[in-house]
Design a protein around this ligand. Structure first.
Ligand code: ADP
Ligand code: MG
Length: 630
């Protein structure tokens, strides 16, 4: 007797549903994507009991023709592709023709639709083992409504995996938010148990778009984010969106939205590039916040690598990595205090004021930075000393080495750095009533030897003088380090490394990169490398580990910034020791010189450890504290 038989269509669909339909949120994702693919510019979502009891999605898209209705519910039925070639440059969100079949096999589904040219609407429902569809006339405006009731009613094993109503709704809401961020030109409404959760109108202008981002990601995000829009003409890549200031970091990676050609994805090449762009400015263990859109030729991305299409594969991942890193890195480096300060007109209207009255990147961070800061202050020696660098946590590969201390000449107490600027600043102070006030204003006092108080157009600025000076010194050291050729020294005993042949190939391909950074590497066999020369500054570090990590990065991400990072860590340590200490009295001209340097230094909004260096209290914030004008 034959033991092999064909599965019924319903069972086959239920099995397939395992991949796409995990919970109400996945149903919403599939159905909303269909609405967007149908060209809708308005979608209403209504759910009950976290979506488990009911999900109703109505759109004003192109609708489905009567004869296509039952087909829409069958497996492998789609209007979006016809041939394999179409897949290579697919522009729609869906194309697998599985979603409706899967969803209808594990719920009570009805699909009602009307196309513009039809006199009335039609509705289809599926019932019974073989999923024959029942077709009936119905009343419905142009567009489509999908109603999904009692999810998993016939698959108890799956129903058991559902979480509480609240949790299921949270997932579902997240899906709606992502889709709402992916299409500003579409109006979205979400209601849960009769209550309106989101009511988002079409957002065409930049202001409307920012309003939508604020209502989805919180207004603190948009207040602490900068707009990006950069296109690389040669490669046809464009990156736009909003990146959070480094000081608006999160304890989790929960505010990271990345869209590739309108599709929200998670991708390690992307995550890595972004993390690296923030590397030098983010407080340890914190995550940047961003809403970013990458647009590129669809032929350069493969979206068919995952059933729910959460992942993509870039055909030129190195190009993408490089573009993202460069764009964001530059952007972050170029952030200046003046970009973050509201214009005086804005601050007067009190638009950005927060509860506590502090308006600056510092406000938005939930983290208490005090700990790290105190540690630096209290253990700080009074001046730079060579031996101090060695034990610094974080500089694993680095060690102290006299050669690098040549840059030390640049590190000294503040006043000594800029004799001429001081003179200028001093005269500025006298004449500043008439001149335009610089963004960081003019110093008025030093508080407890730790903070500089300054007056600017908006009100009061408070600067952590050590943190600010540390960044300035660090950026200068990095710059002079880059301008100098990296000095390298031969190893007394060349270091031999056993590697895989892929790693060995990679080291050969990247030999120029290694050379530029002061390494001399040669391949001695299929799987052996020998290191003959290393940068002087890293000579005492764990070279073997560093080379291995760098090769691993290069294989996965196409490049590695580890060597630079370790050199930077070493410089950062030195900068920390070289920066002005607490309890050192500064004169007003010295303080003003520091403020002017902050305006002109890359990344000056954060110290080398990612903590904020300054904070603004606007006049309206102060007025609020004293209830003036209320
Ligand atoms: P896919 O989206 O992968 O094509 P689905 O099972 O999600 O597969 O949908 C099947 C087909 O039903 C789609 O290709 C589309 O033609 C049609 N369809 C589904 N939802 C809608 C809608 N809201 N508006 C218009 N057509 C729709
Ligand atoms: Mg679909």
């Amino acid at each position: 007797m034959s033991r092999i038989h064909l599965l019924s269509p319903r069972l086959a669909n239920q099995i397939a549903a395992g991949e796409v339909v995990e919970r109400p949120a996945s149903v919403i994702k599939e159905i909303l994507e269909n609405s967007l693919d149908a060209g809708a510019n308005k979608v209403d979502v209504e759910v009950e009991q976290g979506g488990v009891k009911l999900m109703r999605i109505r759109d004003n898209g192109s609708g489905i023709e009567k004869n296509d209705l039952s087909l829409a519910l069958s497996r492998h039925a789609t209007s979006k592709i016809r041939a394999l070639e179409d897949l290579e440059a697919v522009g729609s969100l869906g194309f697998r023709g599985e979603a409706l079949a899967s969803i209808s096999s594990v719920s009570r589904l009805s699909l009602t639709s009307r196309q513009a040219e039809q006199d009335n609407a039609w509705q289809v429902q599926t019932e019974g083992r073989d999923m024959e569809a029942i077709l009936e006339p119905a009343a419905h405006p142009e567009g489509t409504t999908v109603e999904v009731k009692d999810l998993f009613f016939n698959t108890p094993a799956r129903r058991k995996f559902l979480k509480t109503e609240k949790t299921e709704f949270r997932h579902l809401d997240e899906v709606v938010k992502r889709l709402a961020l992916s299409r500003f030109d579409v109006a979205f409404q979400l209601r849960h148990n009769g209550k309106v959760i989101h009511q988002l109108r079409q957002a065409d202008s930049e202001i409307e778009q920012e309003r939508r981002v604020a209502s989805i990601c919180g207004s603190a995000f948009i207040d602490n984010a900068l707009k990006v829009d950069v296109a690389a003409e040669a490669s046809g890549l464009r990156l736009w969106g909003w990146v959070g200031l480094p000081t608006f970091s999160r304890s989790q990676a929960d505010l990271q939205y990345f869209f590739v050609n309108g599709r929200m994805i998670r991708d390690r090449v992307v995550t890595h590039a972004v993390r690296q762009a923030y590397a030098d400015v983010l407080y340890h263990g914190r995550f940047p916040a961003y809403v970013l859109y990458l647009e590129l030729d669809p032929a350069l991305v493969d979206v068919n690598v995952h059933p729910t299409k959460h992942e993509v594969r870039f055909r030129e991942s190195r190009l993408v990595h490089d573009f993202l890193f460069r764009t964001l890195h530059r952007m972050i480096a170029d952030m200046r205090p003046q970009d973050q300060l509201p214009s005086s007109a804005e601050s007067q209207s009190g638009q950005n004021s927060s509860e506590l009255g502090l308006q600056s990147p510092a406000v938005a961070t939930e983290q208490n930075y005090e700990q790290g800061r105190m540690a630096f202050r209290q253990n700080a020696p009074s001046g730079p000393s060579v031996g101090q660098t060695a034990g610094f946590a974080g500089a694993n590969y680095a060690s102290s080495n006299p050669s690098i201390h040549q840059v030390r000449e640049q590190v000294s107490g503040y006043g000594a750095l800029h004799p001429d600027q001081n003179a200028e600043a001093a005269s500025d102070v006298q004449g500043h009533e008439s001149d335009k006030c610089p963004p960081m204003g003019y110093a008025i006092a030093q508080l407890h030897g730790v903070y500089i108080l300054a007056e600017n157009e908006q009100g009061l600025i408070v600067v952590d003088m050590h943190a600010a000076h540390e960044r300035i010194v660090y950026e200068r050291m990095k710059q002079s380090f880059e301008e100098d050729v990296v000095r390298s020294q031969p190893l007394l005993v060349p270091l031999s490394l056993a590697v895989s042949d892929r790693e060995a190939d990679c080291s050969e391909e990247q030999s120029q990169t290694f050379k530029r950074l002061g390494f001399e590497l040669a391949r001695m066999g299929e799987e052996t490398l020998v290191v003959r020369q290393v940068p002087v500054s890293l000579a005492k570090g764990n070279i073997e580990q560093l080379i291995r990590d760098v090769l691993a990065d290069m294989l996965v991400y196409g490049e590695s910034k580890r060597i630079e990072q370790h050199i930077n860590e070493l410089l950062a340590t030195m900068a920390c020791h070289g920066a002005v200490r607490a309890n050192r009295q500064l004169t007003l001209p010295e303080m003003n010189a520091l403020l002017r340097d902050m305006e002109n230094t890359e990344r000056s909004g954060q110290c080398n450890h990612g903590r904020p260096t300054w904070s603004q209290m606007s006049m309206s914030d102060l007025d609020k504290l004293f209830m003036r004008g209320q």
